[in-house]
Design a protein around this ligand. Structure first.
Ligand code: AMP
Ligand code: MG
Length: 399
């Protein structure tokens, strides 16, 4: 059996980033850029007004004001006429509208008065006032982003503003979830004797949604039957980069996921870590894709997703996985049982003195309600004892 750190090292070493592909811009937020972005255009391509107001020729405002200029025309944003501003005239102009040739300044609408079809200007503006020149934002040929940066929403907007509809990135991993267990019935159906409602699928899908991953609508469920398992794992894995299964990886007679993985030619990289909860977790490579086998107990699923699935997804995406770690002070006594390294669901609260952490009381891997309301975890060495309130412990936020 390996330690948690050893499991992380295997993920770090073995899981590599997906092949880069061109994706529509809106699929790229958060993705790692895999090309240099050089702007093919100036933004803006034409000088335009930064305000609603009047475009003037400064040379018309000689001597001392006020000046009374006839309004030659109204120019709206999107206007493509190429009229020249006549000497001695002003043009009413809207924000973003192209500056007419000859004009060199804009006076804001709130700084003038209108008299019939004339504008009265009290104060001469400096040259270039409220004019956005060509390439004011972005210059043609400018290196905007180097490959290797991760694209945030502003970056996506910048790409749109230079006209890009697609961008080459490491795509988001495609994730599929498979719940195994002959006892499982999905919510909304009647519950026969001996069966339980499956919750793992719902927890995992909710976690993935929160992490910004697309998950397909269809639910995959398999009975604890080797032929069924082999078939459904093969089907699932052919359409995803990471298959997260729950159940069927422990010691029971019907825990058949490891057998199924081997039967279909998969290679198990680890199976069992010295951690509580979630000891029997399994990582396998099947036909170039990944399978993370989490045990069926619902708390193990939540912990296993945070510990392993998030790391694997980050690696597949080419991104660093940086869980938010903190030193936190225990807000209540914590009772540890057994020798395995413990990951305990907890509620972290930030105050002016730091972070205080309230461990789940009586956490048990089979009782999902025992971790109700958690927003993080405590990481602590095994060894039966009580760790008293006020002790500093290592914790991690769940987000
Ligand atoms: P297993 O890892 O398959 O031995 O399952 C461990 C425990 O988790 C058993 O009590 C299962 O009934 C339960 N379990 C397995 N899958 C689910 C699920 N999808 N939702 C809730 N409980 C589950
Ligand atoms: Mg089972």
């Amino acid at each position: 059996m390996i330690t948690l750190e050893e499991a992380f090292e295997i993920i770090e070493k073995e899981v590599t980033e997906l092949e880069p592909v061109s994706v529509p811009l809106l699929e790229a937020p958060g993705c790692l850029l895999r090309e240099d972005i050089i702007s093919p255009i100036n933004v803006p391509q034409f000088a335009n007004s930064a305000m609603d107001g009047f475009a003037v020729r400064i040379s018309d405002l000689t001597g001392s004001g006020p000046w009374r200029l006839p309004i030659q025309k109204i120019i709206a944003a999107g206007d493509s006429s190429d009229d020249i501003l006549k000497e001695g005239y002003a043009a009413k102009i809207m924000t973003g509208a192209p500056l007419p040739e000859g004009a060199d300044s804009v006076i804001r609408i709130e700084d003038v008065s209108i008299d019939d079809d004339h504008v009265i200007i009290e104060k001469k503006p400096p040259e270039g006032d409220f004019v956005r020149p060509v390439a004011d934002d972005i210059k043609k040929g400018e290196l905007l982003f180097e490959r290797g940066v991760s694209l945030d929403p502003v970056a996506i907007g910048i790409l749109a503003s230079i006209g890009r509809a697609e961008v080459k990135v490491i795509p988001r991993p495609r994730i599929t979830i498979l719940s195994t267990g002959s006892e499982l019935v999905m919510p909304g159906q009647v519950l026969p004797r001996g069966k339980i409602y499956g919750s793992n699928d719902y927890v995992l899908r909710s976690l993935l949604k929160k992490d910004g991953c697309e998950v397909s609508q269809s639910f995959n469920i398999s009975a604890d039957e080797i032929a069924d398992l082999c078939k459904i794992i093969e089907d699932c894995i052919s359409n995803c980069d990471l298959l997260i299964t729950s159940g069927g990886v422990s010691m029971g007679d019907f825990d058949l996921v490891p057998d199924a993985v081997e039967k279909i030619g998969g290679k198990i990289l680890f199976h069992k870590t010295y951690v509580k909860p979630g000891k029997p977790v399994l990582l396998a490579r099947i036909k170039g894709r990944w399978l993370l086998g989490l045990p069926g107990n619902p708390v193990s699923v939540v912990v296993g997703y945070h510990l392993h699935a998030r790391r694997i997804m980050a690696k597949l995406s080419g991104l660093d996985y940086r869980p938010r770690k903190v030193k936190a002070v225990l807000g209540g006594d914590l009772s540890i049982k057994g020798t395995r390294f413990c990951v305990i669901g907890a509620r972290l609260e930030e105050n002016e003195n730091g972070v205080i952490v309230f461990p789940s009381i009586h956490q048990q891997s089979g009782r999902l309600s025992s971790i109700k309301g958690i927003n993080g975890f405590i990481f602590i060495e095994g060894g039966t004892r009580t760790v008293s309130k006020g002790t500093e412990v290592n914790a991690e936020w769940m987000d």
